[in-house]
Design a protein around this ligand. Sequence first.
Ligand code: ZN
Length: 120
Amino acid sequence: MNESREPTVESDDAGQAFRCTNCSSSWYYTRGRCLDCGSSSFETYRLGPGRVVATTTVHATPPGVRTPNHLGLVRFDDGVSLIAQLESSGVSVGESVGFGEIVTLREGDATSIGPQLTTE
Ligand SMILES: [Zn+2]
């Protein structure tokens, strides 16, 4: 068995989350099993707006990553939290944000994409 526990985003729908149909635990990144009960049965749902809990700006980024890189820790309903790129530096703690475009987070040999959070 080669089941990865690494978080990944596999969907074009950046606002899609997952809910375990056995224990109702919720999470954001695609994974094969619920980390709380081990069930592989889950449903998807759309995350509503989230609340910014913390922000930071990284000025020394790896090659291919934007500089400065504005990041936010955001909490959604059902206890789902994630760290994602913020659209701009103008987003503050306590603000409501939602999912914007899927953007290139890193260019080059290790290209990666992910959602960008925007104020509404
Ligand atoms: Zn579960």
